[in-house]
Structure formats: C-alpha cells, structure tokens
Design a binder for this molecule. Structure first.
Ligand code: 5RP
Length: 260
C-alpha cells in the first residue's frame, strides 16, 4: 500500500485500531436536518471529541474553518432527496477527486445500495470513485444500504459489506444488527457502524458497545450524537466505549454526569 494511503488511513483509524467518526453529512439529501440547522453551532463543541468529521463539501466550505485540526472523510455520493422515496439512495458521484484533494481530505465516503433495481448504477459509480481515489492514495469508505423490504439483518448487511470490500473499499460503514459478528467476520476490511435514527442515549450506547464487542472498529455516528439532549456529553460517552472499552452502563453514567 502506498505511503499516502497508509498515512490517510492512520488519520482515520487511531493507534488503538479504533475511531469515532462524527457524521454530519445528512444535508446532502435531508436538507436542514433536526439538530444541524446551524451546523457550525452544533459541530464546533463536538470537534475536540471526534476523531474524524464526515461532512459534505458545502458544509465543509461554509461551516468549518480551514484551520480546524480534524481529518475529513468527505461525502462524495448523492443525487436524490428524501422526497424521492422510490429512488432514495440512487446515488452517483457528486464531487470530483480533484476537489476532494483541494479540500485536503483523509478519505471519501460513497453510498452503495444493494437489492434495488438501480443497484448497478451505485455499484459502478462506486468503483469509478475507487479507481480515482486509488490514483491519489485516498481511502474510500463505503456506506452500505440494502433495498427496502430486505431487512437490515446479518444476511443482507454482510452481502452488502462484503461486496463493498471486494469492490475496493478501505472501510465499510453499515448498520448494527443481530449476529453482527457474521457481518464483521465475512468482511475483510474494518467496519464502523452508523447510528441510524435517534434512539434513547442508553440504547445508542448499548448498540455502540455491542458493535465493538462484535468486532466493529468504531462508529460513524450522526443523529444519535447531534440530536441528543446533550451532544457533547453523548460524544464523550461514545468515545469512552470506543477507545476505553467501558461498559454501556459506565458510559451512560458518564453521559448523565457530564450532562449535569
Ligand atoms: C446516509 C448516511 C448519513 O448521511 C449519515 O452519515 C448517517 O449517520 P447516522 O445514521 O448516524 O445519523 O450515511 O446513508
């Protein structure tokens, strides 16, 4: 592996082999999502606690000062909105690698959708991004999703995650599910979990813990952090699970005490 690629991966995955990625890319298909209406206000106090920030290029240029010291995993897929339910995640390339380099990113993120009639479009666009990113030593994080009605279970998430790795992803982002070990064991590249829709803090911490126990290297979490009743307390609690291997109970206690 090239030095540049290794260097960038080491900025994403920390020395202990784990990472807390903060996903704030939702605006590319959800617009002003609850919690991110004023993205800079919410993100600024979270930055010291995140290992990596995952924004869109518009969010990066408009809300994040260029002297911010945090590795960037840039969202480079999109093209549909939440209003277009039948085509949701029918995504293509929305950022050139040239612009990603100009933004000095450490990785790029691209969503693939497996199990929909348009899966081929997302998979071919994904491999195009992989080839371009490889030319410049930029790791690609694959955000895996499965078609509606297929269920976010180990069978389909391992299919999508393994496909992403075989197509060239350096890291896979997927959803936590029952028998998550199967997803991790059959995927040859590191896995981080998405948080998904907002759930109670206690449950989100349990999910992060269970995912780590099953072999995930960390989280790429958005709504369960920035929509929390106390986002800073929440990211600090998530961080102790990911980097300090504390129990969900201890992490929840920390959440409650930092909230005070
Ligand atoms: C869409 C995404 C989101 O934009 C986001 O990164 C997900 O984060 P979370 O589910 O934790 O809010 O990946 O496919």
């Amino acid at each position: 592996m090239d030095w540049g690629m290794k260097n960038r991966i080491s900025r994403i995955i920390k020395k202990d082999g784990h990472t807390v990625m903060l996903a704030v890319d939702h605006g590319y298909f959800m617009g002003p999502t609850t919690g991110l209406e004023k993205l800079d206000d919410i993100v600024k106090p979270l930055l010291p606690h995140a290992d990596v920030l995952m924004p869109t290029r518009g969010a990066l240029r408009n809300y994040i000062p260029p002297d911010t010291d945090i590795p960037i995993c840039l969202r480079v897929s999109g093209g549909t909105s939440i209003l277009n339910k039948t085509n949701l995640l029918h995504e293509g390339i929305i950022v050139s690698m040239e612009d990603a380099l100009r933004l000095n990113v450490s990785a790029v993120a691209f969503s693939i959708l497996v199990g929909q009639p348009f899966e081929r479009d997302t998979l071919l666009a994904f491999t195009k991004i992989i080839d371009e990113a490889n030319r410049f030593g930029i790791p690609v994080l694959a955000v895996t999703a499965v078609g509606r009605g297929l269920g976010k279970d180990a069978k389909y998430l391992s299919l999508a995650s393994r496909m992403a790795a075989e197509l060239g992803a350096s890291i896979v982002k997927t959803y936590y599910c029952e028998d998550f070990e199967k997803v991790v064991e059959t995927c040859p590249v590191p896995i981080v979990i998405a948080g998904g829709k907002k759930i109670p803090e206690k449950d989100a911490l349990q999910m992060a813990y269970d995912a780590l126990q099953a072999g995930a290297i960390g989280v790429d979490m958005g709504r369960n952090i920035f929509q929390s009743s106390n986002p800073v307390a929440m990211i600090k609690a998530v961080k102790t699970i990911v980097h300090k291997n504390v129990t969900p109970k201890e992490a929840y206690e920390l959440f409650k005490s930092s909230k005070k």
